[in-house]
Design a binder for this molecule. Structure first.
Ligand code: NAD
Length: 259
């Protein structure tokens, strides 16, 4: 599979370049960066003949986007114009940008996941089942922690976990979500889902979902040790897209949790 990395000089981009070397079937054909990035024109280390570029990688079969939400729309338009599969890992998308993802997926195959790690996608499955089994008597509180440079909050993964928790309850997340608490907030309403963001140091990504009842607490936690957890999943997603038709897929499809 000929793969281009968008955001190649970034934290995730560097991990993708490193992981692709270890994964059979992944051929990196382009390392794309934004105009004005200091590495444009510089060689990509340990990649003979590859330089960081702003050119759209027309020869790629799939593009992996870990950039910034504001450039996702134009990246998708380019991928559609060139009939390329897309793995979209960038988070913090505005509603209009999310609509662009859905529109693009009617024309090319797109894997879109706020967290590409195998462990987190297993966590999503466990949270959904736990919420359904335990019911409303267990208060759900989600805590996420990330490095101090992360730009969006709460994390896309925390939002996905909240969506997984409400999935079995027949309610909309917007009706029950509580993003942090301060001041005289009153008693906790039944069914509320608390979502809290911690920022500091170099934490790669930690998520805990607590189901809290009067008599017991169940906690499900995932901790990413390195960004390779996400990079490996993103490359697996790109390989999975080979030969697939248009559609909007998640890591649950890639990992075989759903057909
Ligand atoms: P980063 O800031 O280190 O890297 C982003 C890179 O994208 C930068 O090098 C920047 O110059 C580049 N860029 C910006 N605009 C561009 C454009 N138009 N074309 C090409 N490159 C462009 O950020 P990061 O930590 O690598 O994270 C990137 C995104 O991925 C964030 O939204 C983050 O939340 C998300 N993320 C998702 C997952 C996941 O599993 N889905 C995991 C980690 C991070």
């Amino acid at each position: 599979m000929k793969i281009a990395i968008l955001g190649a000089a970034g934290r995730m981009g560097q991990n993708l370049l490193r992981c692709a070397k270890k994964m059979d079937g992944c051929e990196i054909v382009a390392a794309v960066e934004r105009a004005g990035h200091p590495l444009i024109g510089e060689p990509v280390p340990e990649r003979k003949g590859l330089c960081y570029t702003t050119d759209w990688p027309k020869d790629a079969e799939a593009v992996i986007d870990f950039t910034f939400h504001e450039c996702v729309t134009s990246n998708l338009a380019n991928a559609v114009a060139n009939k390329q599969a897309v793995v979209l890992g960038t988070t913090g998308l505005a509603d209009g940008e999310k609509q662009c993802v859905a529109d693009a997926a009617t024309k090319v195959p797109v894997v879109w996941a706020a967290n590409m790690s195998l462990g987190v996608n297993l966590l999503l499955e466990l949270v959904k089942r736990t919420a359904a089994v335990l019911g409303q008597d267990y208060d759900v509180e989600i805590t996420e922690a990330h490095h101090r440079l992360k730009k969006d909050a709460p994390s896309g993964t925390a939002l996905s976990l909240a969506e997984a928790a409400v999935a079995g309850r027949d309610v909309a997340l917007s009706d029950v979500a509580c993003y942090g608490r301060a001041g005289i907030v009153g008693e906790r309403p039944t069914g509320e889902i608390g979502i809290h963001a911690v920022r500091g140091g170099a934490i790669v990504g930690e998520h805990t979902v607590a189901f809290i009842a009067d008599e017991e607490t169940v906690e499900i936690t995932h901790k990413a040790a390195t960004r390779e957890a996400f990079a490996t999943g993103a490359l697996r997603a790109a390989l999975w897209l080979g030969g697939r038709g248009p559609g909007l897929y998640t890591m649950r499809h890639v990992l075989g949790f759903v057909e």
